[in-house]
Design a protein around this ligand. Structure first.
Ligand code: CO
Ligand code: CO
Length: 323
């Protein structure tokens, strides 16, 4: 839906440090020389059956855009659509409890919100964070030579579609839920400690969609090595059986003009385009700081992967190699 942003008026306020023009993860508004507020909103339809887990995933997903900017989330508001006549209200209670618990884990207070009657449940958060204007991490500042680091495995979209089609066992579903529920806070802390060039989080546009946005906004190209990209094992089995979410197909179609696939199989291409819910951070880090970043991420319990690099070239073009 990024295409609709061009219908918005061009902002003229000098204190707006990040607006919609670079497709960054959140808007940033300077309050004073040492404080800016960061704002984002995200809401989704259920990706798993368990309402409490869904709530927790929604909160981790919404907070992620704040972490991707190098900011600290502080306050949030619920946004809810719920079919109150068709489903028990206790189910909505569980969704909200999951969201509130995850927000509390992040040190964020949910201070209210708004709900409407809706045919299909929807839940999200509008989140406000704080950042020092000089500490802001954008997506439009990746530099040629930067290494690309990914902090969570891909395959979430394919697996949640597999759950929907009753093709996934309990253990796989639980693993996917734990990946989606994990906050990107520790990853953001590590990147702030080391200092990086650029960052975005991986959500509905998939790894290559979000990398394309970063590369285009930065005026650079990128290279990705398929074999270095971490992927949840079961996602490979499912994609071979034709389990592919519609969003993933859309991403793949959109990226046709921006990605040089170098003979990769269609299933491999789809995995790299897979629409994620609450995916990891994609960080562009100067080569000289790469080892320190990888070590700091690993010591926080994250399994970071170096998946490619930023290169000179036409803005937004991605070349995918096998190894
Ligand atoms: Co984002
Ligand atoms: Co978002």
């Amino acid at each position: 839906m990024a295409q609709v942003l061009r219908y918005l008026p061009v902002p003229k306020d000098a204190n707006l440090l990040v607006g919609a023009n670079t497709l960054d993860d959140a808007a940033v508004y300077r309050i004073s020389d040492d404080l800016a507020i960061v704002q984002t909103i995200d809401f989704i339809t259920p990706v798993v059956d368990d309402p409490y887990s869904f709530g927790a995933i929604v909160a981790a997903n919404a907070l992620s855009d704040i972490y991707a900017m190098g900011a600290k989330p502080v306050l949030a508001l619920n946004i809810v659509g719920f079919p109150a006549k068709a489903l028990p209200l206790s189910m909505l209670g569980e969704i909200l409890r999951g969201g509130a618990d995850k927000a509390a884990e992040a040190g964020v207070t949910i201070v209210g919100g708004h709900s409407i009657d809706d045919n299909e449940p929807k839940y999200g958060l509008a989140v406000t964070g704080f950042v020092h204007p000089n500490k802001l991490v954008r997506n439009a500042t990746a530099q040629p030579g930067d290494a690309l680091i990914l902090t969570k495995p891909l395959g979430i979209g394919i697996i949640t579609t597999g759950i929907d089609r009753l093709m996934v066992d309990q253990r796989t579903a639980e693993h996917a839920i734990s990946v989606m529920s994990e906050l990107n806070r520790a990853a953001a802390d590590a990147m702030l400690k080391i200092g990086v060039s650029a960052c975005t989080d991986i959500t509905g546009f998939g790894l290559l969609g979000h990398l394309h946005e970063m590369a285009e906004a930065s005026g650079v190209g990128a290279e990705v090595s398929l074999e270095k990209v971490p992927v949840l094992l079961e996602a490979w089995e499912l994609v071979e059986k034709g389990v592919v979410p519609e969003g993933t197909e859309n991403n793949h179609r959109y990226l046709r003009d921006h990605v040089d696939w170098q003979g990769l199989r269609r299933e491999e291409q789809l995995v790299l385009c897979d629409a994620q819910t609450s995916g990891g951070l994609l960080i562009a880090v100067p080569e000289g700081k790469k080892v320190a970043l990888l070590e700091t991420l690993a010591s926080s319990g994250i399994a970071p992967a170096e998946i490619g690099r930023i290169v000179e070239g036409r803005g937004g073009v991605i070349r995918v190699k096998r190894s």
